[in-house]
Design a protein around this ligand. Structure first.
Ligand code: DLL
Length: 448
């Protein structure tokens, strides 16, 4: 179902014209209201009255996370504080939080793009949705909430965590939809299995997962564990929150539609900042075309992905692939550029390991080392009768595990060009989500 068919299917030339008009308007608006952008335009020699729109966009320098910090808390706002209806913060773990503000009109747009997203995910008016994204300063909870209400869903605002209660409500209220981080959806699937709750005991049909990178292996685990069709929802506070892009339930695995009438995307080279060809990987950059409280131009998301048009499908809007890592997550290990997500591709090709993994970078002396911790698939452990915590000693006693460890390490060396230590673990040995985002990469090099 398309929530806003006219705009979702707008022919590309018209979509471009709309973006152009909105961008020109946004530049004039920012120039009149936000000193930070006034300075940016002046530095680039841009006269807002003659700014030509998309073709001139590249002249504007990127807006970065540090600009939010430098202007903390309200320095990037384009409206008086009294006109701001809501504040949220991004989930950064270091330094000051990034503050974002919304007018009532912005909140309307937020609800609209989330409603579109949920409709694309398979949700229909009248269905019930358990919202396990955290409510609070994080945009996930309230962002999804109001979009769901706009679509006509019944919202169960349970927030993240409290696994006992989540499972109880899934059985008692029988919602068709769950919204959660993928790592928390994994926890729910795993706990159902552990507690012997049959998938029939619940009524889920769709899972809308996002806020952190995830993989096809995780999709498979969640889809079979919760008996759902799981789609990707992407977004970030600086641009609006969840609902910047969304995968269609019937086109799973082919990318997520970016709602281009509100968020203009670019993909640029992470070193030069120059645009890359359609389909090439680079850093995703967004300009908001309609937001009023805090419009942002050319925001350097740091997320690595690609964008491409897929003209044979339901909507005209551009699609983005899964997030392949963060520009600042790129590790340089013994001179080799390495994104931890490269390990995911290898995990996906090995049925003997599960979707739980962790990449840890350490420094021994002056030498960087990377270890990959991965849980062995349950069926493998069952076959060899191992149910305990897996230790190095136990691994060495089992030929099949030694072979698995060897072939995993060889695949890493062949595909990535780096030798990494592989540690095989038993089920449940790696950290699980407590309801929110889970980091699968640990760079411990600075701590030493
Ligand atoms: O995570 C908004 C959100 C809430 C998205 C709920 C989806 C669902 P922030 O806390 O500002 O906003 O974090 C934004 O999270 O730059 C990405 O690095 C990452 N991220 C968000 N969605 C995805 C996704 C929310 N689907 C940052 N896949 C972004 C991979 C994602 N990474």
């Amino acid at each position: 179902m398309l929530f806003s068919p006219e705009i979702e299917q707008l022919p590309l030339p018209q979509l471009r014209a709309l973006q152009n008009t909105r961008l020109k308007e946004q530049v004039r608006y920012l120039n009149a209201r936000v000193p930070f952008y006034q300075r940016k335009f002046a530095e680039a020699g841009i006269d807002p009255t003659t700014f030509r729109g998309l073709e001139d966009l590249h002249k504007i320098s990127f807006t970065r996370k540090s600009d939010f910090r430098d202007n903390y808390p309200f320095g990037l706002f384009a409206v008086p504080e009294t006109e701001v209806s809501r504040l949220h913060c991004s989930s950064g773990t270091t330094g000051k939080a990034t503050v974002v503000g919304y007018t009532t009109g912005d909140l309307e747009i937020f609800a609209e793009v989330v409603a579109r997203s949920l409709a694309a995910a398979g949700c229909r008016p009248g269905m019930k949705m358990q919202n396990a994204y955290g409510y609070g300063l994080f945009t996930g909870g309230l962002g999804i909430h109001y979009g769901a209400e706009k679509l006509g869903l019944t919202v169960i605002p349970v927030s993240g965590g409290s696994t006992d209660r989540q499972l109880q409500l899934l059985q008692d209220f029988r919602p068709e939809i769950i919204c959660a981080t993928p790592s928390y959806a994994q926890v729910l699937a795993e706990e159902m299995l552990k507690r012997g709750i049959a998938p029939d005991a619940i009524n889920l049909k769709f899972a809308v997962l996002g806020a952190e990178p995830w993989t096809e292996a995780i999709r498979q685990q969640v889809e079979s564990g919760l008996r759902v069709q799981a789609t990707n929802i992407y977004g970030l506070s600086e641009i609006i929150g969840p609902g910047v892009s969304q995968e269609d339930v019937d086109e799973r695995g082919t990318g997520s539609y970016i709602w281009e009438d509100h968020f203009y995307p670019e993909v640029v080279d992470r070193l030069t900042g120059e645009p890359v060809a359609e389909g090439e990987l680079g850093v995703l950059v967004f300009s908001t075309l309609t937001k009023k409280a805090m419009p942002i131009l050319r925001y350097w998301t740091g997320d690595i992905t690609n964008i491409y048009y897929n003209h044979s499908v339901k909507r005209t809007h551009v699609k983005m692939g899964p997030i392949r890592g963060r520009a600042d997550d790129m590790l340089i290990i013994r001179g080799v550029n390495f994104f931890p997500t490269q390990v995911e591709d290898i995990i996906a090709s090995l049925p003997e390991v599960s979707a739980y993994y962790q990449v840890v970078a350490t420094r021994r002396g002056s030498l960087d080392e990377v270890e990959v911790n991965v849980e062995v698939a349950e069926h493998v452990l069952r076959e060899i009768g191992l149910f305990d915590t897996l230790t190095e000693e136990l691994v060495q006693q089992h030929d099949c595990l030694m072979k698995l460890k060897g072939s995993f390490a060889k695949k890493i060396k062949d595909n990535i060009g780096l030798s990494m230590r592989v540690n095989l673990l038993g089920c449940g040995q790696l950290p699980r989500s407590e309801g929110g985002k889970l980091s699968r990469v640990k760079d411990l090099r600075d701590l030493k």
